[in-house]
Design a protein around this ligand. Structure first.
Ligand SMILES: *Cc1c(COP(=O)(O)O)cnc(C)c1O
Length: 369
């Protein structure tokens, strides 16, 4: 699915030097590379404040904690996402309220958000799934009208953008109250381990999130609020800073691969290629097709026999997960359920080449032949 070995080989001298520098200075916790990376990342995502933390799940938790929500408050989340999006909500004693997704974009269906809002609703967590932003312009309008926080789950979408009809550029993670991202190795900006970050343009909320991530302390050994311990390793920050310099190249490469896949697969009856709106910068953390006529699992097996790995993100929609059985009482999630049965993600990474894509497309053609 990814080729982290080849990706590393191309930048090995720079990465090795950055790691060695941290080791030589023994600057392991909150070292200077962490601040430097946060500053560079803040420029990259067009956001004033970046708070690095231990992983993307923590980023979501810290952002929610910084919003100061009360036990039982409701938070709207899409029914089709990685578990972390809704897990942190429930973990904090809040109530995840699921909303169905759009069949074309895979993202939260904005036309169904308002019906899910109650007097207890305090926040929306849109997910920019597979690397394409949710309809943030509409989400921000709804949030403003109902006085809600917006916490973007941009774990799969660093560098993604939308140009609105009014010519305003919205950048993934920098548009809501908070944005959260992950540096899990297979994300577009991947560490050599775990990592995450929180984005905000609000200086007060930035301070609060930073305090929460640091045991609720802004001055050492003086603890003002209950927080957690969530830090980005200095070694990871040093690696990420090198890879941030390559990120546009990685994104372009994945965009070209997506377009090669589209050209090769669009004519095949039996699959639907992912659609991208013309005013979107889609960063393709995943290239996800829909397989028609219930043949997804059969195609997956067929490709595996040809040595082609594929993944199902995600086989169970959130409202059907056992862990959320207490919350999923209301609503219909037909699209999420349909997608869980039809989506198939093909290999997608910065090192993919056109011959590999042609081979994969040939095998898919053969399957439907
Ligand atoms: C990866 C991911 C997360 C969590 O990130 P971790 O760093 O693994 O904790 C959250 N949400 C989505 C949509 C993700 O893809």
């Amino acid at each position: 699915m990814v080729d982290l070995g080849t990706q590393y080989a191309r930048i090995k001298p720079k990465v090795d030097e950055a790691i060695q520098k941290v080791i030589d200075s023994a600057d392991f916790i909150n070292g200077s590379a962490v601040n430097k990376f946060a500053e560079n990342l803040s420029n990259y995502v067009y956001c004033n404040h970046v708070i690095p933390c231990a992983n993307g799940t923590d980023a979501l938790q810290i952002a929610l904690m910084a919003c100061g929500l009360k036990r039982g408050d409701e938070v709207i989340v899409p029914a089709f996402s990685f578990v972390a999006t809704a897990e942190v909500v429930a973990l904090l004693g809040l109530r995840p309220v699921f909303v169905d997704v759009n069949e074309i974009t895979f993202n939260i269906d904005v036309s169904k958000i308002e019906a899910a809002i109650t007097p207890r609703t305090r926040a929306i967590i849109p997910v920019h799934l597979y690397g394409q932003m949710a309809d943030m312009e509409t989400i921000m309008m709804i949030a403003k009208k109902h006085d809600l926080f917006v916490i973007e789950d941009a774990a799969q979408a660093i560098g993604a953008k939308i140009l609105t009809p009014r010519g305003i550029m919205l950048s993934a993670g920098a548009t809501g109250t908070f944005g959260c991202t992950s540096f899990f190795p297979t994300k577009n900006l991947g560490a050599f381990g775990d990592g995450g970050a929180i984005f905000t343009n609000d200086p007060e909320l930035a301070k609060k999130a930073k305090t929460i991530a640091n045991h609720g302390s802004s001055e050492k050994y003086y603890n003002d609020i209950i927080g957690i311990n969530s830090r980005l390793d200095t070694i990871q920050a040093a690696i990420l800073d090198v890879k941030l310099g390559e990120l546009n190249k990685y994104s372009y490469s994945q965009q070209f691969s997506a377009s090669d896949y589209n050209d090769a697969l669009r004519g095949i009856d039996g699959v639907l290629v992912p659609e991208r709106a013309p005013d979107m910068v889609h960063v393709y953390n995943q290239y996800t097709i829909k397989v028609l006529d219930n043949r997804r699992n059969e195609l997956k097996r067929f490709l595996a026999e040809s040595g082609i790995p594929t993944m199902i993100y995600y086989p169970v929609p959130l409202h059907k997960q056992k862990a959320f059985s207490d919350y999923a009482v209301k609503g219909q999630f037909d699209v999420a359920e349909k997608l869980a049965k039809s989506v198939l993600s093909l290999p997608m990474h910065s090192e993919l080449n056109v011959y590999q894509i042609r081979y994969i497309a040939d095998r898919i053609t053969k399957f439907f032949w």
